[in-house]
Design a protein around this ligand. Structure first.
Ligand SMILES: C[S@@+](CC[C@H](N)C(=O)[O-])C[C@H]1O[C@@H](n2cnc3c(N)ncnc32)[C@H](O)[C@@H]1O
Length: 259
């Protein structure tokens, strides 16, 4: 489907859309879509799960529950998660910088504690630093890294995030689809039942595809990003999501802590 149709079509098949920064800009404009669909998720993947996602983010970024921190959210989208983050930042007297396209950001509320930086990250990282106006304690990049992986240099993304973080700061690059984890799951008895329940058949999940995994993040990519973050000056960990999150069987989180 051409990008411009994403902004008007009543029937967007999200599974077949090649999502990237430009496609998200168009989805954000489409009045026929729910706010979950505007950020690329079918409603069933997010409806009723955002509070659990938010709690998981807070448990991994304990600084978020402290006071008067500076928080950057890269790719907040326009659904409920950034609204929860905006409210929590107001309550805890955090300064918040939201980084996304104009089309996404204009759908989010404004507030005295928050700035919006429009445009493609990490190209706009200097503007992000200026908007933060000082040391950055927390960087959140939730369900975004797999798009950055295709459109820009992921090592540069890690270098930039580590460089932007203050000492004592933390970054969560969350909800990363991991092809290796997915393959391991679908090769397991629980993965087979999951597939059969999802498809309503008694068929086995298709075996992993041979050959290059174009545009996919796998264990090797994650290990490389962990190593890169460590070299750049952060402790770095691949951490799981709680089983209550909708894609925990095939996604991982990358947590960075700058000593
Ligand atoms: C799947 S949505 C995730 C939204 C939100 N973090 C959440 O989990 O509810 C991905 C978001 O990342 C944004 N995005 C993708 N590439 C980006 C980039 N290079 N710079 C800034 N935002 C980007 C998209 O516009 C979209 O809003």
């Amino acid at each position: 489907m051409p990008d411009k149709d994403l902004a008007i079509s009543q029937n967007v098949d999200l599974a077949s859309v090649q999502l990237d920064y430009g496609a998200f800009r168009q989805l954000a404009l489409n009045p026929n879509l729910s706010h979950h669909e505007r950020i690329g998720f079918p409603d069933s993947y997010r409806e009723g799960f955002e509070a659990d996602i938010y709690d998981d983010i807070c448990s991994k970024l304990p600084l978020f529950r402290e006071r008067e921190k500076t928080v950057v959210d890269i790719g907040p989208g326009c659904a409920n998660l950034p609204r929860m983050i905006i409210d929590a930042c107001a309550k805890n007297d955090h300064r918040l910088v939201l980084v996304d396209s104009e089309e996404m950001l204009r759908q989010l509320p404004d507030g005295p504690h928050l700035s919006k930086v429009r445009g493609f990250f990490p190209t706009n990282s200097e503007e992000v630093r200026q908007a933060a106006g000082g040391p950055i304690d927390i960087i959140l990049c939730y369900s975004v890294l797999h798009y950055l992986f295709v459109e820009t240099n992921p090592f540069h993304v890690i270098d930039t995030i580590v460089d932007m973080l203050d000492h004592g700061g933390m970054a969560l690059l969350g909800d990363i689809p991991n092809l290796s984890k997915r393959n391991r799951f679908f090769a397991s008895p629980r993965g087979v039942s999951f597939h059969q329940e999802f498809t309503g058949t008694d068929q086995l999940p298709p075996p992993p595809e041979a050959g290059p995994a174009f545009h996919k993040i796998d264990d090797g990519v994650l290990a490389g990003l962990v190593h890169r973050a460590q070299l750049a000056g952060c402790d770095a960990y691949i951490v799981p999501q709680p089983a209550t999150l909708p894609m925990s069987n095939r996604r991982d989180d990358l947590l960075l802590r700058k000593p």
